[in-house]
Design a protein around this ligand. Structure first.
Ligand code: G3P
Length: 214
């Protein structure tokens, strides 16, 4: 399973990547806004740290706008993946960019039928938003499970990025289902490392070592 970080916080990316476990990054306009920097600056900084795919999202809604934004992004960094929304214009853009060798991440996917349509464009990635589905009382992980099964039935090359991750158990459930990627907020990534019994165990071993004979 690949781990992406869902953030535009460069310090958090640097820290999380100390053990080289970060396979890619996903950003969106909200995350870029939170970074307090402009798009080009922050994406450039991230690209210097992470060599894997970096999803970047513009604000255009028409084919022409999205293609023009994508051309800027690939000009700025070599590892850009273009996020397009799950709309007819977005999928038209996805087919076009993929045919030019520019990878696309179809975002704001909330159902298996949307994911199926996105995969048929040849998009490199689809991003179902589990947390936002849970927020409205639906089962986000069930949608991921359906999408992974459908893609496997037809051997689509499209990879599933489980997005809108809100807890460690979302990551674990995604892994159990066999989703290719989870894009994880840095705070959740840090939580994945912890267990109180690990801390307790280390303390006990150290205490016992001190008590043992030299
Ligand atoms: O990057 C897209 C997605 O992960 C957003 O998550 O928490 O805003 O629903 P959230």
């Amino acid at each position: 399973m690949k781990f992406f970080l869902d953030t535009a916080d460069v310090d958090a990316i640097r820290k999380a990547n100390e053990l080289r476990m970060v396979d890619g990054i996903t950003t969106n306009p909200t995350l870029i806004m939170k970074s307090g920097k402009n798009h080009r600056e922050v994406i450039g900084e991230i690209s210097k740290i992470i060599k894997g795919p970096i999803s970047v999202e513009g604000v255009g809604l028409t084919f022409d706008e999205m293609v023009s934004e994508a051309e800027n992004f690939v000009d700025w960094i070599p590892n850009a993946v273009i996020k397009v929304p799950m709309t007819k214009e977005g999928l038209r853009t996805a087919s076009h960019l993929e045919s030019r060798g520019i990878p696309v991440n179809v975002t704001l996917v909330f159902s298996p039928s949307q994911a199926l349509l996105a995969a048929k464009t040849g998009a490199s990635y689809v991003s179902p938003f589990v947390g936002r589905l849970d927020d409205i009382g639906q089962n986000g992980m069930k949608v991921v499970d359906d999408i992974v099964r459908i893609f496997s039935n037809y051997k689509f090359k499209t990879e599933v990025i489980v997005a809108s991750v809100r807890s460690v158990s979302h990551v674990v459930e995604a892994a159990k289902i066999g989703a290719h990627i989870a894009t994880i907020p840095p705070k959740i990534y840090e939580e994945m490392w912890n267990h109180e019994l690990t801390d307790k165990g280390i303390k006990k071993f150290l205490d016992d070592y001190k008590k043992s004979k030299a």
